[in-house]
Design a protein around this ligand. Structure first.
Ligand code: DHB
Length: 393
């Protein structure tokens, strides 16, 4: 049995856990980061690619971050519906931009920077439980990759371990389900070797269902279309996939190429009933999940971390619990705004299998209410590019 003592035990080496370990280290607070997965698995997981300006500014603090050099700035998006196409100009409406930089590239940067910075970062460690959550010396119990047991004793435990969080079980609440919503559709995602079909991302509400034309680089593109959640990822030929995508962006000619990756993404909205219990706290997907429309997942995780960093510095450097006592309420303000935005973009752009003629026409009325009004467009632009990050509690 290995027993290790640290100040903050961080479970999960995703964007939230790694970014938090960096900010704590900047403040001189030691932490240990654990993840069940291997480094290779983490670095190969395909996720969304849109970073808010505030997220890029946080990544600027990470030595060697390539977000600005490899990523691409996007100053707007194209909204398509009912045979119309409208550009939402982020710079004009919100004075901000977003960056297209795939999450797994950001993770490669974060892992390399933390290891170079001497971070105790352990892969292949499964967390079996949390103990001492009501005391000042909580900890986690786990199993190393070689099967041997490990115990980490800390001053605080952070669950940054994703939507299937093991740490969440230590948060005592009567409402164990939290707040939850499922959707009757999913996204079929592809990566293709082709040139970009358009200069900016296209979000398209079509009679055949939603499609999103996104990008990765000059030679690789990411595209999604709405599908049934039970879709078999291998059932369609490449030609059929292109026909489906093309039919959903009328007026745009898609540049086709070989499809080298396919996946089906499930849609869920979730917020945990409590984000903190005693000396245990949740951040990122462990605390909340959003549907992918609008790409808020990683950005929301970074927003949590900026707040929690302040709270933990208050506690561990100055002995004040004021910050940690205020964390959940402060984080939840942004979480519920982002939940609303992700739900709104989803419901406005997708064709629900249950929707009738009225719902369909109302949806087009909703889209027109957005594009015909500068206030409507500005709400979308402000939310998409991200509300200013809050760093003090
Ligand atoms: C991407 C994903 C999203 O959910 C989104 O809203 C925009 C872009 C992407 O993976 O590129």
């Amino acid at each position: 049995m290995t027993v290790v003592r640290t100040r903050v035990a961080i479970v999960g080496a995703g964007p939230a856990g790694l970014a938090l370990s960096h900010l704590l280290a900047e403040a001189g607070i030691e932490s240990i980061v654990l993840d069940r997965r291997s480094r290779e698995e983490i670095e190969a997981t395909i996720r969304a690619g849109i970073l808010e300006q505030g997220t890029v500014e946080l990544l600027d603090r990470i030595p060697g971050s390539r977000a600005r050099s490899l990523g691409h700035r996007h100053d707007g998006i194209e909204l398509k519906f009912g045979g119309e196409s409208h550009r939402i100009d982020f710079q004009k409406l919100a004075g901000r931009s977003v960056w297209l930089y795939p999450q797994h590239e950001a993770l490669k940067d974060l892992i390399a920077a933390r290891l170079a910075g001497g971070q105790d970062l352990r892969f292949g460690v499964t967390v079996d439980g949390v103990f001492g959550e009501d005391t000042a010396t909580p900890g986690v119990r786990g199993t190393n990759a070689d099967g041997s047991p490990i115990e980490i004793i800390a001053d605080f435990v952070v669950g940054a371990d994703g939507s299937h969080s093991a740490v969440r079980k230590a948060i005592k609440t009567d409402n164990t389900q939290g707040y939850f919503r499922e959707y009757p559709f999913a996204w079929y995602g592809i990566l293709t070797e082709a040139a970009p079909s358009a200069p900016e991302l296209i979000y398209s509400n079509s009679e055949n269902g939603f499609a999103l034309i996104s990008q990765r680089s000059e030679t690789v593109q990411r595209m999604y279309f709405q599908c049934d959640p039970n879709t078999d990822v291998n059932a369609q030929s490449e030609a059929e996939l292109w026909d489906t995508l093309q039919a959903r962006v009328p007026g745009t000619e898609l540049i086709e190429g070989p499809i080298f990756q396919r996946d089906v993404l499930r849609f869920r909205s979730y917020v945990a009933a409590e984000l903190r219990h005693g000396s245990v706290v949740l951040v990122g997907d462990a605390a909340h999940t959003v549907p992918p429309t609008g790409a808020k997942g990683m950005n929301l995780a970074i927003a949590d971390v900026l707040l929690l960093n302040e709270a933990l510095q208050d506690l561990l450097l100055r002995g004040s619990s004021a910050g940690i006592d205020a964390y959940a309420e402060a984080a939840l303000r942004r979480i519920w705004k982002a939940q609303h935005f992700s739900w709104w973009m989803t419901s406005m752009l997708h064709l629900s299998p249950e929707a009738g003629e009225f719902d369909r026409l109302r949806q087009l009325g909703e889209l027109r209410s957005v594009v015909d009004s500068e206030a409507g467009q500005r709400y979308l632009a402000e939310a998409y590019t991200g509300w200013p990050m809050q760093t003090s509690l």
